[in-house]
Design a protein around this ligand. Sequence first.
Ligand code: GLN
Length: 189
Amino acid sequence: MIVGVLAVQGSFAEHLQALQGLAVDVRLVRSPEELEGISALVIPGGESTTIGDFLDKQGLGDAIEEGLPIFGTCAGMILLAKKMVGKQKEGQSLLKKMDITVERNAYGRQTESFEAGVKLAWDDQPFPGVFIRAPRITEYSTDVSVLAWRGDVAVLVRQGRYLACAFHPELTNDARIHRYFIEEVAKND
Ligand code: GLN
């Protein structure tokens, strides 16, 4: 199985490393041709406006096949959302794959970046959540399952073949969420 990591900007090298610890081949993706033959795609954190512009300019957004499993972290989660509220940049483009509404940079100045334990739905051991100018999920449809919470805010959500989280699992040594994506979301059944 080849997993692509969108390598425009942001934490793609860390995703590459996290995935290499799992039994998959990993490929950096920067063009539509590099999407060919991959079984899943990771969209890293970074700046959703920059990544979105790149996806548009390279024709990558359109080249992503319907149903390709995608894991979006932070900025990647913003790109997967169908709706955005708050600090949306004029004309910012989204891939619009998941029935979630997100607010960009939703945490105030003081808590712009922080670490917090996150409760996963499938494991009692808390996950070290690294939040960096994180988006917040403000609404989600009944087709979306919440797989992790921070307090009463959903921070890891799944809708079919799409997985999105507000924090950065690639910046920790904990591969549980990457493993979940590979084994539960992306695997062919
Ligand atoms: N604030 C960023 C954005 O709006 C996301 C931050 C991140 O990916 N760490 O794109």
